[in-house]
Ligand binder design. Structure first.
Ligand code: PLP
Ligand code: ZN
Length: 404
């Protein structure tokens, strides 16, 4: 299908410009991934003051490809940005905020991109929407495909998908296919299958329409804070989201809506941290890892497809990539839940774990946002947290005794 008016599809490798969406969203010239470029320059008024502010992601229709009236939507976006009540003080960062993306319709940030990409897929006449997934993309795709009355198939690494996410994909009626390997292999097979069949339509984040929806989190953070934060910490797996967040903030600056961009800090799990490794080596190339392993199953990825975009985001924003241990991730998950009242899945706690490590390097006056990407109900709790058994009460007197 023809690229929408006002937009160009360009290869991040060789720069070739395409006039229509290619199968599997890879460059026909060099095989690299693609990005959508917008030729418009919306003003702050145009971007932030549409008539119906409750449109959430589609509120920014001026700057995303697609028509709100034709969108497949669950009113995604518009997530809260509470200020920290406890951890910020402890870390010496009184202006710490949490962007709670778990409050999206299927419980993760993926919904922002899925509304745009599924809308595009339906308009293109796609029949079967497919993705490889560590869980959240599968849950989100399944829901939006159900709403669009399209078939969805999700290709999953065996035994590594959190049960809550599996339940979502099943409930929404997606076809589940397991690959006896990790996410990287599942994605490799999915991309090859899509390239070979006209009936399959790729919904992973190398689909650049996903990125256009996901970038709206940057617009929202700016609108909610009424300023550009100094730092944004977020987890990195396949590196689609850090690319999207960067695109959003960069566009605001390029359009003259804002004067600066935040430093982006991409946080990976130590057992799956090829981007952090490349950053620490000072390299412009990310070397894939063969057997990534971490308790943060959503970001258990060794060969991030959007690594070029991620390094560009880190370099362009003056940010960094870093790795944190599984223990630090679990500690951060617990702190968010027990001290801030925000329940997140393991991967989503990585940004706080990263922030804790580098807090001394951040000025006290800085405004810091941690993007908490997915809801805590999706992931099982570590066994050590559930050892406490509830006490038993059989009558009111006994209950009072237990409570006082
Ligand atoms: C909860 C959660 N956080 C972070 C990520 C990482 O996003 P990306 O793969 O775009 O880097 C994912 C990806 O599946 C996720 O599910
Ligand atoms: Zn190319």
């Amino acid at each position: 299908m023809k690229v929408p008016d006002g937009w160009t599809l360009a290869c991040v490798g060789c720069g070739r410009k395409l006039h229509s969406d290619p199968g599997a969203f890879t460059c026909p010239n060099c095989g690299d991934i693609l990005e959508l470029l917008f030729s418009g320059r919306p003003s702050a008024d145009e971007l932030f003051k549409p008539k119906n502010a409750s449109l959430r992601v589609w509120r920014y229709a001026r700057a995303i490809p697609g028509e709100p009236s034709k969108a497949v939507t669950l009113n995604e976006g518009g997530t809260p940005l509470p200020k920290s009540v406890s951890l910020g003080r402890e870390l010496g960062l009184p202006n710490l905020f949490f962007k709670v993306e778990g409050q999206n319709p299927t419980g993760s940030f993926k919904d922002r991109g899925m509304t745009v990409a599924v809308s595009r897929a339906r308009e293109s006449g796609a029949k079967v929407l497919v993705c490889a997934s560590t869980g959240n993309t599968a849950a989100s795709l399944a829901a939006y495909a159900a709403r669009a009355d399209l078939k969805a198939a999700v290709i999953l690494p065996s035994g590594k998908v959190a049960t809550g996410k599996l339940a979502q994909a099943i409930a929404h009626g997606a076809r589940l296919i397991q690959v006896d390997d990790g996410f990287d292999r599942a994605l490799e097979l999915t991309v090859k299958a899509v390239a070979e069949s006209d009936e399959l339509y790729l919904m992973n984040s190398i689909n650049p329409y996903r990125i256009e929806g996901q970038k709206t989190v940057a617009f929202e953070i700016y609108e909610q804070l009424q300023r550009v934060p100094d730092y944004v910490f977020l987890p990195v797996g396949n590196a689609g989201n850090i690319s999207a967040v960067w695109k959003g903030f960069k566009e605001l600056r390029d359009w003259g809506v804002t004067a600066s961009v935040p430093r982006l800090v991409g946080v990976q799990a130590a057992g799956a941290s090829p981007v952090a490794e490349a950053f620490e080596r000072g390299s412009r190339k990310v070397r894939p890892w063969r057997s990534p392993e971490t308790v943060a199953s959503a970001i258990r990825i060794g060969n991030p497809m959007s690594w070029k975009k991620a390094l560009r985001a880190i370099e362009g924003s003056g940010g960094r990539a870093m790795a944190v241990s599984d223990e630090e991730i679990l500690q951060a998950r617990r702190e968010l839940a027990s001290r801030e009242g925000v329940f997140v899945e393991n991967a989503s706690a990585a940004p706080l774990a990263g922030l804790r490590r580098v807090k001394e390097e951040i000025g006290r006056d800085s405004t810091v946002v941690c993007i908490l990407t997915g809801h805590g109900l999706k992931d099982k709790l570590p066994a050590s947290w559930t050892r406490t058994r509830p006490q038993v009460a059989t009558g009111a007197k006994e209950l009072v005794k237990l409570l006082t």
